[in-house]
Design a protein around this ligand. Sequence first.
Ligand SMILES: O=C(O)c1ccccc1NCC(=O)[C@H](O)[C@H](O)COP(=O)(O)O
Length: 240
Amino acid sequence: MTLPAVEAAALARPPARDALAALAPAERVKVIAEVKRASPSRGALAEIADPASLAVSYQTGGASAISVLTEGRRFGGSLQDLTDVRAAVDLPVLRKDFIAEPYQVFEARAADADLVLLIVAALTQPVLHELHALILELGMTPLVEAHSAEEVERALDVGASIVGINARDLSTFELDRDLFGTLADRIPSGVVRVAESAVKDAADVTHYRAAGADVVLIGEALVTGDDPVATLKSFLEAGK
Ligand SMILES: O=C(O)c1ccccc1NCC(=O)[C@H](O)[C@H](O)COP(=O)(O)O
């Protein structure tokens, strides 16, 4: 599709769901549950023939939003997965991908995304600013991902309302569950704090909540378990 065509398709969609309200800080931790077939660090994780029905299980289990990996080559995802998931649930849906240009933002809205991930490390500050503004202009919500104090500052400089700290180093794939705790205080109250990655069990959710997480983003532990509804419920219980 050409840029004008994808832009027109994006503008023709009904409004995005209010992700900021869905993820607002509350008495209990909230979860963004991820549809994740595979990953560069772990290879194949789960078949997921029907992403929409997995997303319905997540909604039943108490998720506040759904993340869909839309990158095909390394994660086995697609924009069609996102559209199918969005049609099956009442929750906001995140396009989780390596977003680098406006075309992908229009594409996300055209596929019915409500939230779009922006990875600070992958973008210059002017491009981060441009993409952040475009996501808001299209009525969606940016989730801005940081890995260091400097990247948190850059996220706040563009006006991010939701900041994620990803425990996974994107070049080495090493996990550091304590990174969130070292950076959380740099995110002011009023900005939603998301702890991303590395939850393997309920104790990790308790750990992130104690370190100040409003929201935890979880992929592998949900797609590899036998019962996503029960797993999610136990994680939410652990984050009270
Ligand atoms: O998951 C990976 O291997 C990965 C590698 C490089 C860039 C991104 C990657 N994953 C995307 C994510 O951030 C995670 O899917 C998400 O935070 C959930 O993580 P987890 O619960 O550890 O599956």
